[in-house]
Write a new protein. Structure first.
Length: 102
């Protein structure tokens, strides 16, 4: 939880994680979209490109559903949930697409 608080505090000051900050730790999500799960904050759904570890281990090609998004880059390069950062590949869907509940 301290990492989350620290990240959110730094983001409020205008800091953005660099590519180097994210490369080793943040899973890369491809084919992602915004999922309106009916909660206050949306989630991101995508597919893990390469094996990665955040909270739990994700296999290459595995569908990933983030926790509720707490911060998102204005260029859609990354998002932050309670578990950590995720890198976002170019989206296959329109950026404003809202995916229906599954």
């Amino acid at each position: 939880m301290e990492g989350l608080k620290s990240d959110l505090s730094r983001l409020e000051t205008g800091w953005n994680p660099s590519r180097d900050d994210l490369t080793d730790s943040a899973p890369l999500l491809e084919g992602w979209g915004i999922w309106d799960s009916g909660e206050v904050l949306p989630r991101i759904v995508g597919f893990c490109a390469g094996a990665s570890k955040i909270g739990s281990f994700y296999e290459e090609g595995e569908q990933v559903v983030t926790l509720q998004i707490l911060a998102i880059d204005h260029r859609f390069a990354w998002v932050r949930d309670r578990r950590g950062f995720y890198r976002l590949a170019d989206c296959q869907l329109p950026r404003r697409a809202i995916l229906g509940s599954q």
